[in-house]
Design a protein around this ligand. Structure first.
Ligand SMILES: *Cc1c(COP(=O)(O)O)cnc(C)c1O
Length: 397
């Protein structure tokens, strides 16, 4: 079957929302009360519940995670022509958000074990390829000011943050966390998104919790949160008059979406527990499997295991991650490749960056079905399909 054939009806999806809690009830409240737009009690309630959960003095709900990143960069003081450091292996949204503010992404490769931003490479870039002038840091090659670091906690797993935060303090850089894939994950006991200056979350359909589309900003800088809220509401200066202080954005979350969020966050712990047990089960199944290794949890991490991801070593059995993707797809099992490294992506192409680990991860990485609703029987089907795909090539070679 060609790999673009429609997935079968009994397909096992990569990750689908789990909507079986209070969603219906809260949505009915929105409809009954006629509060459906970006004002309404659920927006505030969702922000409060989220802030409380994350131990943040406040939270600002926005329409998606990309908007959260855009506003976070603005309130962190990133300016046009600044550079913002981010990992080469990431979904494209944070790179785009950096460009929205007129700044430039600077790519740092990821580490070989967890595929997260590599603090050793970050250190070496800051120490060797930058110079300080007038209390600010500049990249030698571009001459641009380095303003911030934007670590992306990919696939549910935290970045090794202590060395990143040390470097940020040393070089006076802001830290904007992209925690969109890792709500509920912890680094040395502390929630991701709460380690740097400002943290961003997403409630897109396949994230840990969903509002259909949505995002959130948290921070200890309450003035930054106020400013993010202001910018998200067209920078309106007056409660009744249409008077605006600057160019703002229409980024607010609606009451309907927030109602979903209120119901979803009630079940976050349950969702993470499910994701973690799915990962543990995959890990046990593939621990002795030649040619497949699973991205494990670092000793300092509590991973939310948003998507359990394996690396396929094609040199071991002659099939690539893309081969496995089509073999599984033909059996109605949806898997997913990782992102083209940002330094190679057309809109962000950079000739000066070499990020070999991100390139390997792009070639070898494969995320496995990880829905909260994945049953043990369905997971067994995935495991068996992968095992036999690997075994059939082993006898072939
Ligand atoms: C999903 C995601 C985003 C953006 O979230 P949206 O809500 O889809 O805008 C940002 N960064 C990463 C790494 C993501 O995976």
């Amino acid at each position: 079957m060609p790999s673009d054939a429609p997935l079968r009806e009994h397909m096992i999806p990569l990750s689908v929302p789990e909507i079986s809690g209070n969603e219906r009830r809260y949505l009915a409240e929105c409809l009954d009360s006629n509060w459906v737009s970006s004002a309404g009690p659920f927006v505030e309630r969702f922000e409060r519940a989220f802030a409380e959960r994350l131990g943040s003095p406040g939270a600002v709900a926005v329409m998606n995670g990309t908007a959260a990143l855009h506003l976070a960069l603005l309130v962190a003081g990133v300016e046009p022509d600044d550079e913002v450091i981010m990992p080469a292996l990431s979904f494209i949204a944070p790179a785009n958000a950096i460009r929205y503010v007129g700044a430039w992404p600077r790519w740092i490769d990821v580490d070989e074990t967890y595929w997260q931003l590599d603090p050793a490479l970050l250190r070496s870039f800051l120490e060797r390829e930058c110079t300080s002038r007038g209390g600010q840091l500049f990249a030698r090659d571009s001459g641009r000011r380095i303003r911030a670091i934007l670590p992306v906690h990919i696939l549910g797993h935290p970045v090794d943050m202590d060395p990143v935060l040390d470097l940020a303090r040393r070089f006076d850089l802001r830290v904007i966390e992209d925690a969109t894939e890792s709500l509920g994950a912890k680094y040395r006991g502390k929630s991701v998104g709460r380690l740097g200056d400002v943290g961003c979350f997403s409630f897109n359909g396949n994230k840990l919790i969903t509002t259909g589309g949505g995002g959130m900003i948290v921070s200890d800088h309450t003035d930054w949160l106020d400013r993010a809220r202001y910018l998200s509401t067209q920078a309106r200066d007056h409660p009744h008059e249409y008077i605006h202080g600057e160019i703002g954005y229409n980024y607010r979350l609606t009451n309907v979406q927030a109602a979903l969020g209120c119901a979803q966050i009630e079940r976050l712990d349950e969702f993470i527990e499910r994701k973690r047990s799915i990962a543990i089960r995959y890990s046990a199944a593939f621990s002795a499997q030649r040619g497949i290794w699973l991205l494990e949890e670092a000793p300092w991490a509590f991973s939310a295991f948003w998507l359990t991801t394996i690396a396929v070593d094609s040199s071991q059995f002659g099939r690539t991650s893309r081969d496995l993707l089509s073999v599984l797809r033909a059996q109605g099992i949806e898997t997913r490749s990782l992102w083209q490294p940002m330094n190679l992506s057309k809109p962000h192409f950079s000739v000066t960056s070499d990020c070999p680990v991100a390139a390997d991860a792009y070639r070898d990485g494969l995320s496995l079905p990880s829905s909260v609703s994945l049953t043990p029987a369905a997971q067994d089907r995935v495991i068996e399909a992968l095992r036999s795909a690997v075994a059939s090539t082993a006898t072939m070679s």
